[in-house]
Design a binder for this molecule. Sequence first.
Ligand code: MG
Length: 219
Amino acid sequence: MAGRNLSCFWEWGRKIVCVGRNYADHARELKNPVPSTEPLLFLKPPSAYVRPGSPILLPYYCHSLHHEVELGVLMGKGGSAIPQADAMEYVAGYALCLDMTAREVQDECKKKGHPWTLAKAFDCSCPVSDFIPKEQVPDPHRLSLWLKVNDQLRQRGHTSQMIFPVPYLISYISEIIRLEEGDLILTGTPAGVSAVQEHDEIQAGIDDLVTMKFRVEKH
Ligand code: MG
């Protein structure tokens, strides 16, 4: 894909495949079952991307916008049915991501058996950091994630706590949905999710690799 710069993947990015309930402590805090055999998947469109410098806009219908800090895995090449043993060869790098969630809308969708589109796929639902080349991350399962709201620590977790690790996720997803260069996989959030309001400032980071900051504003 000549001419496209993976380090600016959000400008031409493709689909965003998200994994739900991949940290047991977070599944429990929302009183959800902890997956044991298969990951829970959902999608966000590329229009969900928002970058530092722009605000996270509250969807007009949302009264409980939650932050979920997550490790994003950026695909460097495409493939279907990728074997776990080869999966890391398909990774270009990583990004720090927020899976912004309209929580009360999601609760309603769960009750009605509706898809999570309104809860998870709205504009600004995927804030992302700068791209982190994979050479800077020897093992994606040895990273600490943290998130603060107005300087108060809300989430701290370690990627070693993922139920389904990165190679398993790439293999599992690509059996169902072909993964393309520029696709991003959000790998789930640790415990501590909570609601943010207009004018709040969200800060998040991965170890000393990357930090990012966003303000929450009304549409
Ligand atoms: Mg999530």
